[in-house]
Write a new protein. Structure first.
Lengths: 277, 314
């Protein structure tokens, strides 16, 4: 990314706010073991459903577990799920998109028909079905979300390769006898990086939301591991006596998704010269 | 026009065929034997073998697929493993509820999204524009189950205005039906409202800078006429595309919304089939949702022609 792009990105206050939110979240997730006052899974039956206080900043849940500690540990699950599933989609989709766009012909036809068929399903419906078939666990959640996100990257990268391939610099590399692998990694990839980074950020937002949804439905991370989605599901039963049980994990999901969306938006605007204000 | 629809439907057949292959693969080839999934981990091997025989799982996989596909063509979606009911009538029974929910959400989304987007474009780079932008992005980012829970807390628990959950069919009690649909429709429509507002804003900005808008203003037309008659109509085309593309997402969101508000619809059926390990139902729900997305896309294409007289389908 050029300096101009970076300057444009950091001049965007909303994008900057997103970066700060993400940074706090990542630090919280990494240093959770040092930061949390209580174990996220230890129950305390003398302190059930206590409202937020100086001892329990976010209150305690129906088993007396500290919600602040659980929200911080939940950040680990959420971020890991978001990033790893998108990484999986990027690798799988990248491979499909590069091969389809670079070689064209029947390979392209077959691969694109397949991505078309996958994109025909509503994202969440397919993710739920896949997660259900694979069985509930964090790994399977990531796998399901990653697979469902794959066609998005396959389409994007194929499109980018198709626009870049006929350009002179690629033709020159071909004429000079560069191998396919070298042309793809040294010439094509650096030039399609911009839109790719934008999509990674936006897809991570979707993936974090999808992970929370799957855990909310009981198809994701299993108890007692804290996850924001399952915490919200627990909280539903105690809404009138302990609304804070729902508030904090809900806010955490909202802010995490918002952060990735803000960053993605900011990057897209920064990379697009027409979007200059 | 008729020919166009026919051609468009035929053109989608190969993709739809591939969709059926994916759905079939999803439940048959992936790890996990449907018979064992149905019976649970503790089942005896004899029982598993018996169920496999009954479900026809011992036949070659291609025969099973062909059999299933032939059933689909005749409108036979198989039998539910729980209760042994036919799946197709269950789907037909649940679909109208979800359709109603989606339609209301769409109305909510359009009623909020388009005016907000137009306003932001007209007041470009002002505080109004900035707040619409932030609110639109927040609407996209808030998990709908969280929003639903917040609404239940505010309007059912604190204010006690609306019952927190339940569903009454519109022909039984229309007023109650609409009251109960209000919170779910807002819950499901908010994300779409955000997306529509963003696209309307961008599309309007593009259109407002064009020559014919300047001409319309120059010949002395009232600002309102220029905005609504000249600009908005042209700006609407990409917005319709976005709405069409997002309707599939609405179907996914309905799964969660119906769960939060205990609405016995299509999405609820999906979740129930997952927890009941009812694979014929799961298969059918996933397949029908893909089919619905396909039909929505065809409908979106037709809507273009209604909005833009330059587009004619032959």
């Amino acid at each position: 990314m050029s300096n101009r792009t970076l300057r444009a990105f950091f001049a965007n206050r909303l994008a900057l706010a997103g970066m700060v939110m993400l940074l706090l979240l990542v630090l919280g997730a990494i240093f959770a073991p040092i930061l949390v006052p209580y174990s996220p899974t230890s129950t305390d039956f003398s302190a059930l459903q206590q409202p937020p206080s100086s001892q329990h900043w976010f209150g305690t849940d129906q088993l007396g577990r500290d919600i602040f500690s659980r929200v911080l540990y939940g950040a680990r699950v959420s971020l890991a799920a978001g990033l790893i599933s998108v990484l999986l989609a990027l690798l799988l989709g990248g491979l499909i998109g590069l091969v389809a766009g670079f070689y064209g012909g029947w390979i392209d036809d077959v691969l694109m028909r397949l991505t078309d068929a996958m994109l025909a399903f509503p994202f969440l419906v397919l993710a739920i079905a896949l997660a259900a078939v694979l069985g509930p666990s964090l790994q399977n959640t990531m796998l399901a979300i990653g697979v469902v996100t794959t066609p998005v990257f396959a389409r994007l990268i194929r499109g980018q390769v198709l626009t870049e391939r006929p350009r002179e610099y690629v033709q020159a590399a071909v004429a000079l006898g560069g191998s396919d692998g070298r042309i793809i990694t040294r010439h094509l990839l650096p030039n399609i990086l911009g839109p790719l980074i934008v999509q990674v950020s936006l897809s991570t937002a979707t993936a974090v939301l999808a992970e929370a949804t799957l855990s909310f439905l009981g198809l994701g991370v299993q108890p007692p591991t804290p996850s924001w989605g399952s915490m919200l599901n627990d909280a539903r039963g105690y809404l009138s006596q302990a609304p804070y049980m729902a508030l904090f994990p809900g806010l955490a999901i909202f802010l995490a998704v918002l952060a990735f969306n803000l960053i993605g938006d900011g990057l897209r605007d920064a990379l697009d010269p027409r979007m200059k204000k | 026009m008729f020919l166009f629809v026919l051609r468009r439907l035929m053109g989608g057949l190969p993709t739809l065929l591939l969709v059926t292959v994916l759905v079939f693969t999803l439940t048959r080839v992936l790890p996990g034997d449907p018979a064992r999934l149905l019976l649970g981990e503790e089942a005896t091997p004899e029982l598993v073998a018996q169920i496999r025989e009954e479900l026809g799982l011992n036949r070659p996989i291609l025969v099973q697929y062909a059999d299933w596909l032939w059933g689909l063509v005749r409108g036979d979606l198989g039998r539910s493993i729980r209760g042994n009911e036919l799946v197709a009538p269950i789907i037909w029974q649940k679909l109208p509820t979800t359709l109603e929910l989606s339609l209301f959400s769409l109305l909510v989304a359009i009623a909020i999204g388009i005016p907000a987007g137009v306003l932001a474009a007209l007041r470009r780079n002002t505080a109004i524009d900035a707040s619409v932008t932030v609110m639109a992005l927040s609407g996209i980012s808030i998990p709908n189950f969280f929003l639903g829970i917040l609404l239940i807390y505010a309007f059912s628990i604190r204010l006690a205005w609306i019952p927190p959950s339940g569903y009454v069919e519109p022909w039984v009690d229309l007023q109650k039906n609409l009251l109960l649909m209000l919170m779910p429709a807002i819950t499901l429509g908010t994300a779409l409202a955000g997306a529509i507002a963003r696209f309307t804003r961008n599309s309007m900005l593009e259109v407002l800078s064009q020559d014919y808008v300047r001409t319309a203003r120059a010949k002395g037309l009232e600002g309102r006429v220029v905005v609504y008659k000249h600009a908005l109509r042209n700006a609407a085309i990409p917005v319709v595309t976005v709405i069409g593309l997002q309707l599939g997402g609405l179907l996914g969101g309905a799964v969660v919304t119906e769960q939060v508000f205990s609405i016995p619809g299509f999405g609820r059926l999906l979740v129930d089939s997952v927890f009941n390990r009812d694979f014929p139902v799961l298969q059918a729900v996933v397949l029908i949702s893909a089919l619905a997305v396909f039909l929505i896309n065809v409908l979106t294409d037709l809507l273009y022609a209604a909005i833009d007289p330059r587009i004619r389908y032959h």
